[in-house]
Structure formats: structure tokens, C-alpha cells
Write a protein that binds this ligand. Structure first.
Ligand code: SF4
Length: 340
């Protein structure tokens, strides 16, 4: 089997071995001679090597932790879904602007959970409570969820689970092209697979360790061919010199490869940052040229009480209209779900 991600070390929570998934993973990594350690909790892993924040960050991104998910009240996930579905945490990619630098703070190591049946059981309760309304779950709120698929099969299990839930929808989004293990599943049209894309100049500068644009689009067309609802997330939109032309070329490229009669969805997220995010980004990527000057932005209080820096209103509105135009002109049956 082909492994898109291979850990340098794996930590196990002792409790994880009480679950068959945990036991299997332990046996698997031991046979593969990956260095194994134990941790008292997946939230408190110590001993990851590295002499500087950058080194430690990279080593953490190569460290897998196998644990039991104990917090089973799902957080909200607007605008993409009603709730987060916590199948895994973290991502081996190293995008400069990744939201995980803030949400995971100093613990960017990768976590997979062995109590999948319990997690999906809670999802079932949420669905039952809201019936007959449709309840949607985001599988990528705190991770890029496909990186561990060849070890855990967690996304596949979730897709199969949701295929039998007429009052629910599941959504994942990824910057990785290794989605082949999802292609033969009975998805029942209840899972939307989205690819997070940007124009190639941005991917090259800021999205280290992810698939190229061409690979993502190629993977998207494979997903489309087996009937999954398909979407694209363009995030973050950077309004640099030439942004209109660069994003026009991106849409042109996309429409040459994905049939325009498809009901694609688009989610567009302009670049924003908090002061805490900026501090974390500069700690891990001290040489980044990502633009984060507060005087070029407007300040807005976010839903959790902290302030973030967005593009000024005027350029933000211009970008919103431009992206609406790009969607309509390239994908007449497509829909821009939101622009933020
Ligand atoms: S691929 Fe997504 S989750 Fe992974 S580092 Fe990049 S932005 Fe973060």
C-alpha cells in the first residue's frame, strides 16, 4: 500500500490499546519498526525533538499520536456546516497561513482517534435531535483529514456511515490528492468532497508539503467521475498585485478540466489574521513574506471575542463581486456558497 504520510515516531495513549483500532495500529507500526512511545494523554505529548521552534514544528508534523477522543460534544462550524466532526486533529502540510497554527498552538502534532464508533454514535444522536432538518458535519475543521486514511480508514468509515443518513450531510476538504481509497465507496451522494485550491504562485510560496494544483484538480475530476458532490474552497484569497488575472487563470484552468455543467460549490475565504496567528506564523516561518501589515487591513472583532485583520471594505467588496463573476462565467450551474 502507498502511504502519503509516514511518521518518524508514534505515541500511543495507553487507553487507545483497549480499542481494536488502537491495538491494530500498535501492531502495524511495531511491525514496520517505527519508534513507539507511550503518552498519558493525546493532549500532553512531550519529548518531541527539535532545538528551535522551527525544528520542533517540523518534528511535530512528523509525529503521530494515537488516542481516544474524550470530548464528544461537537463544536459549531459555521459557515461550512452545523457541527465539526472530530475524526483526526492536525495535518502534515506546512502552509504558512494555516489556521491550525493558532487553534493547535504549540501542539501541532498529528492525532488520530481509535473510538470512531463512539464519535459516529454521537453524530447519530445529533442527527436524531434535529430531524427532519438536515444536519451537516465538517470533517476538516481541525485537520486535513485524508493524510492518515491509509492507516485508519476513518474518513471512509464516516462516508459509509453518512451514506445511510438521509437527514445528514458530511463534508471534507483537502489540499492533498491521495483520495483514491475513497473512490469505490458507497457514498450515497451524502458526502461533499472539496479541494482547497489557490493559484500556483501562492501554492508554491506558502503551501509546503501539499499536493500541486494540477494534482488536486486531477484528483477532483476522479472524485467527480464517481458521483460525489464536488466543491472547491479558495482559501485564502490573497489580494496581491495581479490578483484578478491570477484568479481568472485559475478558473480558466479549472473549467478546462472539470465539466462546467457540474453543480460545483465554491467557498471563498479572503486572507485574514489575528495578532496571535501572526506571532505563531513568524515563529514557525521566520522568513515568510506573507503580507500581515495591520495598517493595510481593517480590524473586526471575531465571534470568539478576539480581533482579526481583514482586507478593507472597498477591496473586499470588489473581490466578492469578481469571484461571483468568475463562478458564474465559468460554471453557470455552480454556486458560490459563501464569500468571507
Ligand atoms: S493543508 Fe490545510 S490543514 Fe494542512 S497545513 Fe495546509 S492549510 Fe493547514
Amino acid at each position: 500500500m502507498d502511504f502519503p504520510f509516514w511518521p518518524r515516531r508514534v505515541y500511543f495513549e495507553k487507553k487507545a490499546l483497549d480499542y481494536w483500532r488502537g491495538e491494530n495500529l500498535y501492531r502495524f507500526f511495531r511491525e514496520k519498526q517505527v519508534p513507539l512511545e507511550f503518552a498519558s494523554s493525546h493532549n500532553r505529548v512531550t519529548g518531541i525533538p527539535g532545538n528551535s521552534p522551527e525544528e520542533k514544528f517540523i518534528e511535530s508534523k512528523n509525529t503521530l499520536v494515537v488516542g481516544v477522543r474524550r470530548t464528544l460534544d461537537f463544536q459549531g462550524c459555521r459557515p461550512s456546516a452545523n457541527y465539526q466532526l472530530p475524526l483526526l486533529t492536525g495535518c502534515p502540510g506546512r502552509c504558512h497561513y494555516c489556521y491550525l497554527h493558532t487553534s493547535l498552538g504549540r501542539n501541532p502534532y498529528l492525532r488520530v482517534y481509535v473510538n470512531l464508533e463512539e464519535i459516529l454514535g454521537v453524530a447519530r444522536e445529533y442527527i436524531e435531535q434535529r430531524k427532519p432538518e438536515i444536519t451537516t458535519f465538517e470533517g476538516a475543521a481541525v485537520s486535513d483529514p485524508v493524510f492518515a486514511e491509509s492507516f485508519t480508514g476513518a474518513v471512509s468509515e464516516a462516508i459509509k456511515f453518512f451514506s445511510n443518513q438521509p437527514c445528514a450531510g458530511f463534508r471534507i476538504v483537502t489540499k492533498f490528492a491521495r483520495v483514491d481509497s475513497l473512490l469505490n465507496l458507497a457514498h450515497g451522494g451524502r458526502t461533499t468532497v472539496r479541494f482547497s485550491i489557490n493559484h500556483p504562485g501562492i501554492i508554491k510560496r506558502y503551501e509546503e508539503g501539499t499536493s500541486s494544483l494540477d494534482e488536486r484538480i486531477e484528483a477532483a475530476s476522479r472524485v467527480y467521475r464517481v458521483g460525489y458532490p464536488l466543491g472547491f474552497m479558495i482559501a485564502p484569497v490573497l489580494l496581491e498585485d495581479n490578483w484578478k488575472e491570477n484568479y481568472r487563470l485559475l478558473f480558466e484552468n479549472l473549467s478546462n478540466k472539470i465539466p462546467p455543467e457540474n453543480n460545483l460549490t465554491f467557498e471563498v475565504v479572503t486572507h485574514r489574521f489575528t495578532l496571535r496567528a501572526r506571532e505563531n506564523i513568524l515563529r514557525y516561518f521566520p522568513r515568510t513574506d506573507l503580507e500581515m501589515e495591520t495598517q493595510n487591513r481593517r480590524f473586526k472583532y471575531g465571534q470568539f471575542g478576539y480581533g482579526k485583520y481583514l482586507y478593507p471594505d472597498e477591496v473586499w467588496k470588489e473581490a466578492q463581486e469578481y469571484f461571483q463573476h468568475l463562478v458564474e462565467s465559468h460554471f453557470p450551474r455552480g454556486k458560490m456558497e459563501y464569500f468571507v
